[in-house]
Ligand binder design. Structure first.
Ligand code: PGA
Length: 238
């Protein structure tokens, strides 16, 4: 499988010109490279970024409703209509602002309903979070989800952040796969994409890929186009 590297720009950059410049540099840098990337800018910049053949556009969140009286929300349908293919859901920074597991589960379904690919973040409490995500989802929909193991303490902006060790990652992956196996069976689990997120850089990506993840969710290192392109290249198996 080609590596999948997802850029989570968070609430950056400050203006649309900078957003455009980063995106253009990433697309040029990844031309012809055997990796897929997704740029997830703040939703106000989504409309101006067009995908290339291997760089897709995603959002950092979406509503669990498609339309109606929901002030401030952006619906999965709107994002889809703007050319988004992916949406990050259940990021720990959103959960810290009050998003519940129940809301995340509803958002996953709303994204699937319009064929947006949910990129679902799973934190430290793997069992409990996976249980919520898988609870009401149809078996056939599970392989449409990209799962990310992203423990909060590994995110670079946290005080004393520390990337997960490859050994810890191995344990987390086996626990996630175990839960998926119960839901969809052994054969289907092999087709599920699981990524790792938390302080990933061009320097450490290889060690994570070696543990069997399909790619990474990248925050800080995704705002520097050169670093992000190098990271995606280093994720390709040699
Ligand atoms: P980081 O962020 O790469 O800066 O640790 C990852 C994320 O929060 O998605």
């Amino acid at each position: 499988m080609r590596p999948l590297i997802i850029a989570n720009w968070k609430m950056n950059p400050a203006n649309s010109k900078e957003a455009f410049d980063i995106a253009r540099a990433v697309m040029r840098g990844l031309e012809g490279v055997e990796a897929d990337a997704v740029l997830c800018p703040p939703s106000v910049y989504v409309a101006q970024l067009l995908p290339s053949s291997n760089v897709f556009i995603g959002a950092q969140d979406a509503s669990f409703k498609q339309e109606g009286a929901y002030t401030g929300e952006v619906s999965p349908q709107m994002l889809k209509n703007l050319g988004c293919s992916y949406v990050i859901l259940g990021h720990s920074e959103r959960k810290r602002l009050g998003e519940t597991q129940d809301m995340v589960a509803k958002k996953i379904q709303a994204a699937l309903d319009v064929m947006l690919i949910p990129v679902v973040c799973i934190g430290e409490d793997i069992q409990q979070e996976m249980k919520f995500v898988l609870k009401d989802i149809k078996e056939a929909d599970v392989p449409k989800i990209v799962f990310v193991y992203e423990p909060e303490g590994a995110i670079s902006t946290q005080a004393n952040a520390k990337a997960t060790s490859p050994e810890q990652l191995e344990r987390a992956l086996s626990s996630m796969r175990g839960m998926l196996l119960k839901k969809i069976g052994k054969e289907a689990v092999q087709n599920i994409s699981i990524l790792y997120g938390g302080s990933v850089s061009s320097k450490n990506i290889r060690a994570f890929m070696a543990k069997g993840v399909q790619g990474a969710l990248v925050g800080a290192s995704s705002l520097d186009a050169q670093e992000f392109v190098q990271l995606a290249k280093n994720a390709i198996p040699r």
